[in-house]
Design a protein around this ligand. Structure first.
Ligand code: G3P
Ligand code: MG
Length: 249
């Protein structure tokens, strides 16, 4: 299992730059983040692109479902102007652009597979093909979609894959083993010191999202959490530059 840094930049440094853009990934790197988290899905012509929502309205000047636009038309859209004028003209990145940027910045990624509307199996196969060309990069896959997690485990068992959750199921240990996942990624609000200890004591890497508050991040580390995903890596890395000692349980 690769080492997951203690701070991961959610959709890039998304408090300072438009989420899921190369600009946000560059800002994250400039702030000292070693990894970004980003959301990958498919265009209508089955190209891997980065965007969080199922539709284009919130984060671009386009309209409609992402899966109904091909890559060429997605690349004409402005994915930065909604955030601020200085990011006008920023594009929806392909996964390929992103991997190249990460390579040159010596960064890694938690790549969240977000089928929302496209075929999860097809998406996984396209992601695996892209990652074949980026074997040197530290990559941790995750997904809320159990079909995607199972597909990744089956066809790319060498790539670590986290099980992404909003809440922790009672029988999480059995399901985690069945999926063959390599980490649990969970909404921090769903964790208690007891449930965190159960996961940590089982030797399972524990990644939490989305924490922008320093004191809360410190508390989670004191529970043994491996990594926190934040919109504001500059703030968290300034306050917590190294993994706190208590996290090495
Ligand atoms: O991967 C952690 C987090 O990004 C999951 O939720 O909606 O921000 O993709 P969301
Ligand atoms: Mg995500």
């Amino acid at each position: 299992m690769i080492e997951i840094p203690h701070i991961v930049a959610h959709r890039g440094a998304s408090i300072e730059a438009p989420e899921n853009t190369i600009a946000a990934f560059r800002v994250a790197g400039a702030r000292g983040a070693k990894w970004i988290e980003c959301d990958v899905t498919l265009s209508s012509d089955d190209k891997c692109v980065l965007i969080h929502d199922e539709t284009l309205e919130r984060t671009t000047n386009g309209t409609g479902p992402i899966h109904q636009s091909d890559l060429a038309s997605l690349r004409t859209l402005d994915a930065g102007g909604w955030f601020s004028d200085i990011y006008k003209g920023e594009r929806i990145p392909t996964l390929s652009d992103t991997l190249e940027t990460l390579y040159y910045m010596e960064m890694g990624a938690n790549l969240e597979i977000k089928p929302s509307g496209c075929d999860p199996v097809r998406l996984c196969h396209e992601v695996i093909a892209e990652l074949e060309r980026a074997r040197d990069l530290p990559i941790l896959i995750s997904s809320f979609d159990d079909i995607a997690v199972a597909e990744m485990r089956k066809h790319a068992p060498e790539i670590p894959c986290g099980w992404l959750l909003e809440t922790l199921p009672k029988d999480w240990k059995a399901e985690y083993a069945r999926l063959g996942a390599s980490a649990i990624h969970i909404d921090h609000a769903a964790l208690t010191p007891v449930s965190a200890a159960e996961i940590v004591d089982a030797g399972v890497p524990l990644v939490c999202y989305t924490i922008n508050d320093v004191e809360r991040a410190k508390e989670l580390f004191s529970w043994g959490v491996t990594s926190v995903i934040t919109d504001d890596p500059a703030k968290l890395l300034t306050a917590i530059p190294r993994r706190p000692f208590a996290a090495h349980r």
